[in-house]
Design a protein around this ligand. Sequence first.
Ligand code: NAG
Ligand code: NAG
Ligand code: NAG
Ligand code: NAG
Ligand code: CU
Length: 572
Amino acid sequence: MFIKTHLVSLFALGQVVGTIAKTVSYDWEITWVNAAPDGFERPVIGINGQWPCPTIEASVGDYIKVNMKNSLGNQTTGLHFHGINQINTNYFDGASMVNQCPVPPGQSLTYTFIADVPGTYWYHSHNMGQYPDGFRGPLIIHDPNDPYHGHYDEEVILTISDWYHSQTIPLVQAMLSPNNTQFRPPIPDNIIVNEGQTSNIQFDIGKTYRVRILNFAALGSAMLHFDSHTMSVIQIDASYVQKQEVYQLRIAPAERYDVLISGIDRDQGRNYPFLVSLDINKDFQVNPQWPHNVTGYLITDSKLAIDSVDVVDVWLPFDDAHFVPYDNQPALGPVTKYWELDFDFGLDANGYPRAFFNGKTYITQNVPTLYTAATVENNTNPAIYGEVLPFFAEYGDIVQIVINNVDSAIHPFHLHGHTFQVLDRPQSGAGKWSGSDGGANLTPPKRDVISVNGNSFAVLRFVANNPGIFLFHCHIEWHVEMGLTATLIEAPEKLKNYPIPRDMLDSCSAQGIPTAGNAVGNTDNPSDTTGFITTPPTSYYGATWPAPGTTQKRRERQVRSKSSQSSPREIW
Ligand SMILES: *[C@@H]1O[C@H](CO)[C@@H](O)[C@H](O)[C@H]1NC(C)=O
Ligand SMILES: *[C@@H]1O[C@H](CO)[C@@H](O)[C@H](O)[C@H]1NC(C)=O
Ligand SMILES: *[C@@H]1O[C@H](CO)[C@@H](O)[C@H](O)[C@H]1NC(C)=O
Ligand SMILES: *[C@@H]1O[C@H](CO)[C@@H](O)[C@H](O)[C@H]1NC(C)=O
Ligand SMILES: [Cu+2]
């Protein structure tokens, strides 16, 4: 039934783009494998016994279907498709305990969604800080109607990431300990490019290359420079822009840039270096350190030497608040909902380091937020969701997000389910938003991640036209684990009775996680907050399965949810 209904719309879309839509299917078994991307061998999370993880590729209008089996043995998992808006398929957005239950070892899930907007995306685990252990890969949606068709000859992918020799769990355990009074995140051991350390791109004189650049990092931004070649940026976070020449880019965690680079006559007779530096500074403009670099080469002739270096004295990357959207769309307005978030670090009630929005830290609850919204009659009552920092937007609202960063470091913020307009994003030290729209960009760039400078702010806008539960969070994965997340509850009236796929409900019941009711699974009296988790746990086990000490609690919950009559509507 699920597949059939979608086949109808798929056919219709296929006609619009003038190509035959197809389903691209992937059968993925998730396992531990050993890899040594920088020469140091460690266990990483791979797919079908391989690492790096494969690239998903589709064309606009296609269906992407991923059959995922968790064979990790000792951790739960899940998949999020970063930048895909999951219109009408909010249960496939993949954030654990938000849109789905984590998938325990031995269980499988199928994600099926439409490749609706062309561009460069990625997929990654959105479960307990798991993607820095390697579970991530590119997701490319090709555009038969690319406005830059004919401007380039070949495509290549360039992924960049920070890299750690320890696994996520011990790193986060050390970070979330009371003696970490400086709120220090784990510091990367290295930088990797295309999940390794040699990055050579075949580069023919006379050809133009579309380089799809992605940053998979958990902390560090990437500084990128192609020596005396300019990059012509054509897309940012899967959003077309007016072609913009740049010499240097700073690519924050989770951001994507599609750039064109041409092999010109001057390049003849040598292989050309490019430099990728990992930015682990709070603010790269103040006494920066650059301990991790990779030099890659544009190979014009493999018989020639590969030895020159690209030296950068000062990084002055293009200000990414100044791109112009390809469609010149003006700023949305008038604003009908204001969402202001002041972000800071602090200690929780037990003295553990946490990150706060408006004085509150995100605490994972016992029922996925979507399942609460789908099953509780009054789903506009914030109290039923627990400490997930809920914010409500009605269908059609024009929402303005203001994020005030009172920390001296730069943080990249991401909203699920939308591309937003960046109306204002001033330099470091600009202070808090003044409350006026002065300085707002009238044709703001659109994207899904924005770097907010230190002691400064950003003003973002989007239309609430995608009913669902969407996280807004810092994409420094370590800060997610510190609680730097809020929840957008979008068009709650359209979430009542939202259907949930059978295999997703199965992965909840396999762990005794309730699938209906308030944040603790109370279906009889959802406004009763008894039993809610209101302080963050004092021990951290990440995605460890089984989670130490939770067996008894889960069994109790199982009893409670079995006794209840209501459960979400299923999709078969
Ligand atoms: C905090 O204590 C743990 C051991 O209890 C130690 O491994 C860690 O290095 C300490 N961290 C800091 C910031 O002092
Ligand atoms: C890395 O590159 C930067 C230029 O971006 C340079 O200043 C720095 O010294 C290099 N670091 C190392 C360890 O070579
Ligand atoms: C839903 O909950 C909110 C917040 O508690 C309350 O203001 C509102 O009256 C409730 N609506 C209904 C229909 O009970
Ligand atoms: C799970 O298995 C991997 C691979 O053997 C191992 O490195 C890791 O420490 C184990 N434990 C957890 C909780 O991930
Ligand atoms: Cu952050």
